[in-house]
Write a protein that binds this ligand. Structure first.
Ligand SMILES: Cc1ncc(COP(=O)(O)O)c(C=O)c1O
Length: 454
């Protein structure tokens, strides 16, 4: 670390031991449920990521409402994780619940359209300026179908992604750059079907020269990009980056997918709406259904025409795009209502200042203790990271990861009633989040930094 306080590792270990003991003392019912869960759930969790929470076992949730939840031991938490964006609309927003309850009684899924489908697509069209829409159950599916379509209409085999990006469990996207610049599987890639270099080209974020070199091979059907990286921590685009991406992808005949699944936090129309991007295809999921499984992908007039002209509709049910439950009535009622009544422009106008307040709170603590970390913000989302300057790309950010330190900060926050997004130090504001919620984080973060450096 350059300048500022140096972290004392033995102190960190001591503090971590104390937080682990405090967690176990405070959460006996979660512990008992976890032990029971190990009888039938692999490693005691319904989905393997859940073993990665900072404590010795995950908290079991009793109830979640708005920006808060209670665990089975009766503690209340301010939730800045919000289901890693799935609950960015707040837990159980009233309008979505009403719409979903009504739809539950009127049919959940019938493989026939409902009027809500039109209203949901109209709203996505209005927000993102993208013409034609289709629905899925997840953002992963939206990305997978968009990639298939892009390959189909361009006749090219490859996908290009940013190093250290994440786009869901999309095989082609689990690629990363090796130190020699070649493409290999991302660390931890499980069961890859083929060598990643066969399917994928990878470039660093903010690196237009490499992008041009890779597109120049002429075999890239589609570039799949988040407009700002969010999954390795927030990495913002440099001025001119997106203009360059758009110019180069057009010049080399590569389609551009902008994945707004997380960057919807930038505003009602996501980063695309806030910064006037012009993707060929836009994908999104998670929050648009207010927590009900839902995803969507949309494409421009021109891409829509190419898709129509190239698909044999008689065979579309076996073409690899779609799914029995995709576009179901329940998801569409949830999307329509969440977008038009919950994640509204007024909601963003409240959420973004809360994220600013969060950012100032963290920056004040860091300044007060001369700690060389940075805090950054993207609309209603904030993040702090263990390096003094903003990262330029995913490698830069990943090189400064410190899982031991992050684990301590997360556990110490949990023990004081604050839940951060796991795997990195990310906080998301919902329409139900309050200034008091944000101030509780500032206080708790201040206590952790004081314990580490005071
Ligand atoms: C940018 C981005 N795209 C897509 C996805 C996939 O979402 P899901 O796992 O809900 O399919 C994620 C998940 O974290 C994501 O961060």
């Amino acid at each position: 670390m350059t300048g500022g306080r140096i972290l004392d590792r033995s102190r960190l270990e001591r503090l971590m031991g104390a937080e682990m003991a405090a967690f176990e003392r405070a959460n006996p019912r979660s512990k008992a449920l976890f032990e029971r869960a190990r009888g039938s759930l692999l490693d005691g969790v319904p989905m393997n990521w859940m073993i990665k929470w900072a404590g010795p076992y995950p908290l079991f949730v009793e109830e979640a409402r708005g920006a808060h939840f209670t665990d089975v031991d009766g503690h209340e938490y301010v939730d800045f994780c919000l289901g890693d964006t799935g609950a960015m609309a707040g837990h159980g927003p009233d309008a979505t619940i009403r719409a979903v309850e009504q739809q539950l009684r009127r049919g959940i899924t019938h493989m026939l359209p409902t009027e809500d489908a039109i209203a949901a697509a109209d709203e996505l069209q209005r927000r993102f300026g993208v013409r034609w829409w289709q629905f899925t159950l997840t953002a992963t599916d939206a990305n997978r179908f968009a990639i298939r379509l892009a390959r189909h209409i361009t006749g090219r085999p490859k996908v290009l992604v940013h190093n250290f990006s994440y786009h869901g469990s999309v095989d082609e996207a689990f690629a990363s750059l090796r130190p020699d610049g070649s493409v290999g599987p991302r660390q931890g890639n499980i069961g890859k079907p083929v060598a990643l270099a066969e399917t994928t080209r990878v470039v660093e974020f903010n690196d237009l020269a490499s992008l041009e070199r890779e597109l120049g091979h002429g075999d890239v059907a589609v570039a799949l990009m988040e407009p700002a990286l969010t999954n390795v921590g927030i990495v913002l685009p440099e001025p001119g980056y997106h203009e360059g991406v758009r110019e180069l992808t057009r010049r080399y005949g590569t389609l551009l997918i902008i994945d707004e699944t997380h960057t919807i936090c930038a505003g009602p129309g996501g980063y695309t709406g806030a910064h006037g991007l012009a993707p060929d295809i836009l994908t999104i999921g998670k929050t648009i259904g207010g927590g009900i499984p839902a995803g969507a992908y949309g494409f421009t007039e021109e891409v829509g025409e190419r898709v129509r002209a190239s698909i044999e509709w008689d065979d579309c049910d076996v073409g690899g795009i779609g799914g029995t439950l995709a576009g179901n009535a329940l998801s569409l009622a949830a999307i329509r209502t969440t977008l038009t009544e919950v994640l509204t422009e007024e909601a963003f106008a409240r959420m973004i200042p809360l994220a600013e307040r969060f950012e100032w709170g963290v920056a004040g603590v860091l300044r007060g203790h001369d700690v060389p970390w940075h805090v950054t913000r993207l609309g209603a989302r904030c993040e702090y990271h263990f390096m003094p300057d903003l990262p330029r790309n995913g490698s830069d950010q990943a090189a400064h990861d410190d899982s031991q330190l992050a684990r301590f900060l997360h556990l110490s926050a949990m023990n004081r009633g604050v839940l951060m997004t796991p795997f990195h130090n990310m906080a998301l504001m919902s329409p139900a989040t309050t200034e008091a919620d944000v101030d509780l984080h500032t206080q708790v973060f201040g206590e952790a930094v004081e314990a580490l450096f005071g």
